[in-house]
Design a protein around this ligand. Structure first.
Ligand code: ADP
Length: 573
C-alpha cells in the first residue's frame, strides 16, 4: 500500500477519511447516468418503451449530477482543510524534532538537504497530496463501478474490454520504479543546488569583493540547468509505463468494439445494445487510463514523504527526566573523548569548573577549545566520558534544563529580523520591557539602542546587518544577562574593534561574569591572567593546567605561548 503520511501530524484526522469517502461517492454518482442510459436503451430494445417517464428520468439524472457536485464539494473541502492542516502540523513537528538533533546533523553538507526538505519537498508534497489522493481514490472507484455496469450490459463484450486489464496493471509497479528513480535524481540535484545557494548566501560578503563571485555564479547556473534537466526527465521518464498502461486498456476497448461490430453485422447483437456497450467501454478505458497518471503523482508524493520521514527518523539526543534543582551548578567533565567524524578532536579530558570560578581554555588554533566549550552545553554528545552538572550526566537531564543553565556569548552573534527588544528577550522570552532595558544598560547597549530610529522597537535587518561588530556583541551580552544562567561560556572576541568599543565590551562582560561560573575560550593571554585556572589544550588533550603564574614558571607550552604573545604585543606597540 502507498504511504500517505496520515500519521505524521501526530494524530489521525477523521476528515481525511470522510473527505476521501465523499470524493469517491461523488465520482460514483457521476457514473450513475451511464448506468441509467444503458438501462433505458435495454428497455427500449426489449419492450419498445422507456422504463420510466421522461420526467422521472430527467429527475434521476439531475439528482445524480447535483448529488455528485455536492459530494465532491464536501469531499474537496474536507480533504483540503485536513491535508493543509496535516502538512502544517507535520512541519511544526519536524521543526521541533530538528531542535533536538545533535549538532552533528548541521554540518554544511546536511543543511542543504534539510532546507530542501523543509521548503521544496514540503511544498511539493502538499501540492500533490491535496490534489492527488482524492483523485486516486475517486478514480479507482469510478472504473470499478463502470466495469460492473459494463459486465451487466453485456458480459461477453465486457469480458473482452477487461481482458488486457490484468496485464496493464503490471505496468503500475513499473511506473512506480521509474517515478522513484526520476524523483531521486531530481531531488539529489535540487539538493546540490540548495547547498550551493546556501553556501553562496553565507559567503556573500567575501565573494562580493572577489573574482570568485563570477566563478561561483557560473557553478550555480550550471547546477540550476542540471536541476531543470532532471525535472524534465522526472516528467518524462515514467511516460513509457504510463503509455503502455493506456495502450493496453484501450486495446480492451478495441477488442470489445471490434467484436461488437462483428456480432452486429452477424445479426447477433442489437444496434442499441452495441452503442450502449461501446459507450460504457470507452468511458471505462478513459477513466482507467487516467488512474495511472494520478497513481504516478501519488507515488511521487510518497517518495517525497520518504525523505520527510528520513528526517523524522534521524535520532534525537536522548533526554532524561529532570532532577536538577535551581541554584548553583557544579560543572565537571570526566575522561571525555569526542570526534566530529573519524579524527579524534578531544581525548581523555578531565576538568572541574567550581561554582563561581573563572576557567580559561587556551591553546593553538584547532586544539579543541571551542569543541570543549560546545560539549559543556551539550550541543553535541560525547563519544566517551561524561559531562556532569551537580554530578548528573547532562544526558540524563532534559535538553531544556541544560540549555537554561548555560548562557553563551560567541563571536558570531546571531541576530534575528525582529525588534531589538525581541532579540534581547531570546534570553528570557517572558521578560518585561523594564528587565530588557536593565540588561541593555548593564551590557552598555542602552545608549546606542536609544539612537536607533525606534529604540527598542527597531526591527533589525537580516542578522543585524546595520549594527557594528561591537554593538552586536553587546546585544548578545544583554541577552545572556537577561537569561541569568549560572554558567557562562564565552568566546573571547578576536575581531578588532576600536579602543572605546573594546572598553565598553570589557565592562559589559565584566558585569556579566559577576557571580557566575565562567568558561572563556581565550586568545589573548594577558586578558586572562586573573583566571582561577587555565586549561592548556594541544591536539585535543589538556597538556597543562593551573593559574597563570604557576604555568609561566613551569616553563612548558603555556610559557611558550605567553612569551610569543608578549613579544608580538611589544612589537605591535
Ligand atoms: P579551537 O577552538 O581550539 O580552534 P576547534 O574546537 O574549533 O579548535 O576545532 C578542533 C578540531 O575540530 C579542528 O581540527 C577543526 O577542524 C575540527 N572541527 C571543528 N568544528 C568542526 C565541525 N563542525 N565539523 C567537523 N570538524 C570540526
Amino acid at each position: 500500500m502507498m504511504d500517505l503520511g496520515f500519521d505524521l501530524a501526530g494524530r489521525r484526522d477523521p476528515r481525511l477519511f470522510t473527505g476521501l469517502l465523499f470524493a469517491s461517492l461523488g465520482a460514483i454518482l457521476e457514473a450513475v447516468p451511464l448506468g441509467v442510459a444503458v438501462w433505458v436503451l435495454e428497455a427500449l430494445l426489449v419492450r419498445g418503451e422507456p422504463p420510466l417517464s421522461t420526467i422521472a428520468l430527467v429527475l434521476i439524472l439531475l439528482a445524480c449530477l447535483v448529488g455528485a457536485f455536492i459530494f465532491k464539494i464536501i469531499g474537496g473541502r474536507l480533504n483540503f482543510s485536513a491535508t493543509y492542516d496535516l502538512v502544517g502540523r507535520t512541519r511544526l513537528r519536524l521543526i521541533e524534532h530538528l531542535r533536538k538533533l545533535p549538532m552533528g546533523v548541521w554540518n554544511q553538507r546536511r543543511l542543504g538537504s534539510t532546507v530542501s526538505v523543509l521548503t521544496d519537498e514540503f511544498s511539493l508534497y502538499t501540492e500533490i497530496v491535496t490534489h492527488s489522493w482524492g483523485l486516486v481514490v475517486a478514480n479507482i472507484a469510478l472504473p470499478v463501478v463502470i466495469g460492473i455496469v459494463l459486465m451487466f450490459s453485456d458480459w461477453r463484450l465486457g469480458a473482452l474490454a477487461l481482458l488486457p486489464v490484468p496485464l496493464a496493471l503490471l505496468a503500475i509497479p513499473w511506473s512506480f520504479r521509474l517515478v522513484n528513480r526520476a524523483a531521486d535524481r531530481a531531488f539529489a540535484e535540487k539538493q546540490a543546488a540548495v547547498d550551493l545557494l546556501v553556501e553562496y548566501v553565507r559567503g556573500i560578503e567575501s565573494l562580493r569583493d572577489l573574482e570568485a563571485d563570477r566563478g561561483y555564479r557560473a557553478r550555480i547556473e550550471a547546477q540550476l540547468h542540471t536541476v531543470e534537466r532532471e525535472m524534465m526527465r522526472a516528467e518524462l521518464l515514467p511516460a513509457p509505463a504510463i503509455m503502455t498502461f493506456s495502450m493496453l486498456v484501450f486495446t480492451g476497448f478495441t477488442l470489445c468494439f471490434g467484436a461488437g461490430a462483428y456480432w452486429l453485422v452477424q445479426g447477433e447483437l442489437e444496434v442499441a445494445r452495441f452503442f450502449a456497450v461501446a459507450m460504457v467501454a470507452l468511458h471505462f478505458a478513459r477513466t482507467l487510463s487516467q488512474l495511472v497518471l494520478y497513481l504516478a503523482m501519488a507515488r511521487h508524493a510518497a517518495r517525497t514523504l520518504e525523505r520527510i520521514r528520513a528526517l523524522f527518523d534521524e535520532p534525537v539526543q536522548s533526554e532524561g527526566k529532570d532532577p536538577l534543582q535551581s541554584g548553583p551548578i557544579e560543572l565537571e567533565v570526566h575522561d571525555l573523548s569526542f570526534a566530529y567524524e573519524d579524527e579524534t578532536t578531544l581525548q581523555g579530558v578531565d576538568a572541574a569548573f567550581p561554582v563561581g570560578s573563572l576557567t580559561a581554555l587556551v591553546g593553538p588554533s584547532g586544539s579543541g577549545k571551542s569543541t570543549l566549550a560546545h560539549l559543556l552545553m551539550r550541543l553535541w554528545d560525547v563519544d566517551a566520558g561524561r559531562v556532569t552538572m551537580n554530578g548528573l550526566d547532562v544526558r540524563d537531564l532534559t535538553l531544556q534544563t541544560v540549555q537554561s543553565k548555560v548562557a553563551t556569548v560567541f563571536q558570531d552573534v546571531v541576530l534575528f529580523q525582529e525588534t531589538v527588544a525581541e532579540n534581547i528577550k531570546l534570553g528570557r522570552p517572558e521578560a518585561s520591557a523594564r528587565d530588557v532595558e536593565e540588561a541593555a544598560r548593564t551590557a552598555r547597549a542602552h545608549d546606542f539602542i536609544m539612537e536607533l530610529p525606534q529604540g527598542y522597537d527597531t526591527v533589525l535587518g537580516p542578522n543585524g546587518a546595520s549594527l557594528s561588530g561591537g554593538q552586536r556583541q553587546r546585544l548578545s551580552i544583554a541577552r545572556a544577562l537577561l537569561k541569568n544562567a549560572p554558567i557562562l561560556v564565552l568566546d573571547e572576541a578576536t575581531a578588532s574593534v576600536d579602543p572605546y568599543e573594546e572598553s565598553l565590551i570589557q565592562e559589559a562582560i565584566g558585569a556579566l561574569m559577576e557571580g557566575r561560573t565562567v568558561i572563556v575560550v581565550a586568545h589573548r593571554l594577558w586578558t586572562i591572567q586573573g583566571a582561577d585556572q587555565i586549561l592548556v589544550l594541544d591536539g585535543g588533550r589538556v597538556v597543562e593546567r593551573g593559574p597563570h603564574e604557576a604555568l609561566v614558571e613551569a616553563g612548558g607550552a603555556y610559557q611558550h605561548l605567553w612569551e610569543t604573545q608578549m613579544e608580538n604585543r611589544q612589537w605591535r606597540v
